[in-house]
Design a protein around this ligand. Structure first.
Ligand SMILES: [Fe+2]
Length: 266
């Protein structure tokens, strides 16, 4: 296993390593790397979708995305496609995955099947570092706030990028504004631009200024890294310590990604 840092503070790239060699006896290697580095970008994998699913189950329980039925033979896998002719992409706004659910996924895995020759990167933010760089007074202001997250804050047509669609009503859930990681105890900013509507007990107008500040703050370059995908790249990230968005800069090219979301085992 050859490891390169993707930034000075989070994220690693793993080369010369085959996920086929991972089993219940040695999955702790991956879990430990993930806990320590927040994002793993594992290159040159050749897993079948069955094997991909099998390995994901070593990390956690698979969670189901409410807006897609998944692939016909693999309902646990959500395929995200941007066709050559499509202009909009999926997940362009900064977000943490599905925070409108009461139990949003702790981990997300993305397996690149088809990628554009250039572009189509995903940018990640280290929301632990962002939290740590807030002033002490701001930390006190937000430490005990809760936020209301909704699935339909911004009008978006998910249907055009999901291989299968599931009709679902709009969803919402309340979460702490500051996430305390259950395993490491580190704190992170847990409001996000795509889904956070307001602070619990406040109007949206009262909340919006501070939500905008925090959701813009996490985008600062010194908190981020950029992942370039190649066919066979599998990324795994911890949603409790990161946010991400998909860069929409590859019009005219197909991009196909297979996603699995997971709840961490206790
Ligand atoms: Fe996402």
């Amino acid at each position: 296993m050859r490891i390169n840092n993707l930034s000075t503070h989070f994220g690693i790239e793993v080369n010369d390593f085959d996920l086929m060699d991972i089993n219940s006896d040695n999955i702790s290697v991956i879990k430990d790397l993930l806990l320590k580095n927040q994002i793993l970008v594992i290159r040159d994998q050749k897993l079948s979708l069955d094997k991909y699913k099998e390995i994901s189950l070593l990390l956690g329980d698979i969670t189901f995305y409410p807006f897609s039925k998944g692939l016909p033979d693999h309902p646990e896998i959500v395929q995200i496609r941007k066709e050559k002719h499509q202009h909009k992409n999926f997940s362009e706004m900064w977000h943490t995955d599905s925070t409108y659910l009461d139990n949003p996924p702790d981990f997300t895995m993305l397996y690149a099947e088809v990628v554009p020759p250039m572009g189509g990167d995903t940018v990640f933010s280290n929301t632990v570092k962002a939290y740590n760089e807030l002033s002490d007074a701001m930390k006190i202001v937000i430490d005990n706030l809760e936020c209301i997250n909704v699935s339909d804050l911004h009008s978006q047509d998910r249907t055009q990028h999901l291989a299968t669609i599931q009709e679902s009503k709009a969803l919402s859930s309340i979460h702490p504004v500051v996430m305390k990681h259950p395993k490491t105890g580190v704190k992170s900013i847990y409001v996000n631009e795509e889904h956070t509507h307001s602070f619990n007990g406040m109007t949206r107008a009262e909340s919006k200024g501070l939500i905008d500040y925090l959701t813009n703050f996490i985008k600062r370059s010194e908190f981020t890294l950029r992942v370039n995908w190649k066919p066979g790249t599998i990324a795994i990230w911890d949603n409790r310590t990161t946010q991400h968005h998909a860069v929409n800069d590859y019009h005219g090219h197909l991009r196909v990604m297979n996603r699995i979301t997971l709840q961490d085992y206790n």
